[in-house]
Write a protein that binds this ligand. Sequence first.
Ligand code: FES
Ligand code: FES
Length: 171
Amino acid sequence: MRRVSKTARVRVALTLNGRKLSGEAEPRLLLSDFLRHALGATGTHVGCEHGICGSCTVLIDGVAQRSCLTLAVQAEGREVRTVESLAAPDGTLNPLQQAFRNNHALQCGFCTPGILMSFTDFLARNPHPSEAEIREVLSGHLCRCTGYAGIVEAIKEASSSALVVEKEAKP
Ligand code: FES
Ligand code: FES
């Protein structure tokens, strides 16, 4: 593991949504704050800052992780994906995002980026989950608005959509 002085600011280089970027960070800086304040990726939201709410979830090397429980320096050399990577460059929503829109799965939207990133990872590994499996993953996220029913319906819809079909078609 990289060793750094606790007082030094260090340069952290990573790949964010397919772009190689770098920024300065104190060793104690959280990845969530680094993404938002150093790299401008404000789609990642910060709620509890201690691993409970799930709103800060990002993909690190393809695996959903809490960016508030990860130090920025731990992301050195890694591939990070945030919610900004999901829609096409022209703003067209991907099937998971579109399913959220179709099913009224968000209201204020604060929790939404983290849920989308968790299920981007989960559906890639388990393209046709049961409702119980969806609810188990969703239990790692707090939503104060929706009552969760629309979110469950959206993920069920997405699991039978082109997003999953595309992944299965890949060799
Ligand atoms: Fe990271 Fe709540 S802000 S889990
Ligand atoms: Fe408001 Fe989930 S939509 S917290």
